[in-house]
Design a protein around this ligand. Structure first.
Ligand SMILES: O=C(O)c1ccccc1NCC(=O)[C@H](O)[C@H](O)COP(=O)(O)O
Length: 399
């Protein structure tokens, strides 16, 4: 019989981990039962034959043992092992982005990971760099905004708006793909896109121009965005549903986005395992948020088609590893079996990045998209409202 022992006591926390049941078995003594929050209040250690670690954790939870350096080290080892196993799951799913910089095994670790190569300890591309930074940033933000406080705020938050419905309606109304217009000041590939950047003014212009929804960059370091932009646009009375364009690596971010006025969030398949996507989708549904699950290649498309409940799939034409933009990526990923499954499931496909002209829009529409996500080509215009008409070759506003 498994012994279940809470591990979150005396300040010790196993960070949130989303790992598969087979991984639980494989790791031997760690199993993680997620509460509604997705956080480790319910994290439990189970052990067939309780180890020193579980015994101490049990003692500690009962208040019969104070935290000792060796207990702390054992926890560190467990945490490190979970990271290592999580990496292995990601690699087995073809995910090349490592979620954290490789780290040496804690002192005293003896086990199968000892001999494995961990790779370079500097990020191998921009997406990996952003992901590593995000992990640290989120840890700090969590200290300022507890999950408990966020949950309370979510209870009192106004209802979300129907992101997917708005895209379907725009598609029916205009005959063009529904537009998700991006409020973005800068990007790693293009640098500053707009010097005098007023997010609310841009959002209002997009809405007048006929955008169905807006995408708001909330990443500060790499895109010069912020959650304050999301909040400001929402408070200014813009009616278009809002996508929180973030690099989500932790469920805490979903709660945070919800409290800041998001109606939808982005999940990037290149950095999340299948189980993480499944879990985050469920969490979003619970909080009334839509999800845009983004893929870049055939493998990622195959993975997300295996996940239940996805309504919106984004195909990014920009390689987030090399920055190369090629809109034929959308066409390629919608051909053959994947395209057939998408039509069968009635999913909305969003063509993302590198769309500048009416020909580009016609090209991705012919490939099968019912929505497009556009940033650079419209945000750079002096008048983003006119920019939308230029992009479609026609005025698509409601009037
Ligand atoms: O745009 C980048 O440089 C970038 C780098 C690393 C990760 C993500 C990145 N961009 C996010 C996007 O995918 C775009 O903002 C979005 O699809 C709009 O693209 P565009 O119309 O080309 O501005």
């Amino acid at each position: 019989m498994d012994a279940l022992v809470p591990v979150q006591s005396a300040g010790h926390r196993l960070p949130l981990r989303l790992i598969s049941p087979s991984l639980y078995r494989c790791i031997g003594s760690v199993s993680i039962k997620r509460s509604f929050s997705g956080f480790p209040m319910d994290t439990r250690i189970s052990s067939r034959a309780p180890s020193q670690f579980t015994i101490r954790a049990q003692q500690e939870s009962l208040g019969v043992a104070s935290s000792s350096p060796s207990l702390e080290n054992e926890l560190r080892i467990k945490e490190w092992e979970v990271d290592m196993y999580q990496n292995e799951v990601a690699v087995s799913q073809g995910i090349r982005i490592r979620r954290k910089p490789p780290s040496k095994a804690p002192l005293g670790y003896t086990g199968p990971f000892d001999l494995r190569l961990q790779g370079a300890d500097s990020p191998s591309n921009i997406l990996e760099e952003i992901t590593w930074y995000k992990d640290q940033e989120v840890s700090k933000m969590k200290e300022l905004n507890s999950l408990e406080a966020l949950k309370k705020a979510v209870e009192n938050a106004p209802p979300t708006r129907d992101f997917v419905g708005a895209l379907r309606m725009a598609h029916q109304r205009t005959g063009f793909p529904g537009l998700i217009a991006e409020v973005k000041k800068a990007s790693p590939s293009r640098g500053i896109l707009k010097e005098n950047f007023d997010p609310v003014e841009i959002a209002q212009a997009y809405e007048r121009g006929g955008a169905a929804c807006l995408s708001v960059l909330t990443d500060q370091k790499y895109f010069k965005g912020g959650f304050e932009n999301l909040e400001a646009i929402r408070s200014a009375g813009v009616k278009c549903p809002l996508l929180c364009k973030e690099f989500v690596v932790d469920p805490w971010q979903i709660y945070y986005a919800r409290t800041k006025g998001a109606d939808a969030v982005l999940l990037i398949a290149a950095i999340l395992t299948d189980l993480e996507i499944t879990y985050l989708l469920k969490l979003c549904k619970k909080l009334g948020l839509a999800t845009l699950v983004e893929v870049h290649d055939e493998r990622e498309m195959g993975r997300v088609l295996g996940v239940e409940g996805i309504e919106l799939v984004g195909i990014n034409n920009r390689s987030l590893e090399t920055f190369k933009v090629d809109i034929s990526n959308t066409k390629k990923l919608l051909e053959g079996e994947h395209g057939r499954q998408i039509r069968e499931k009635d999913m909305i496909v969003v063509g993302e990045s590198g769309l500048f002209t009416p020909d580009d829009i016609a090209y991705v529409q012919a490939a099968g998209v019912k929505a497009v996500l556009v940033g650079e080509s419209i945000v750079k215009q002096n008048d983003p409202e006119k920019g939308i008409a230029g992009l479609f070759g026609k005025n698509i506003s409601h009037t």
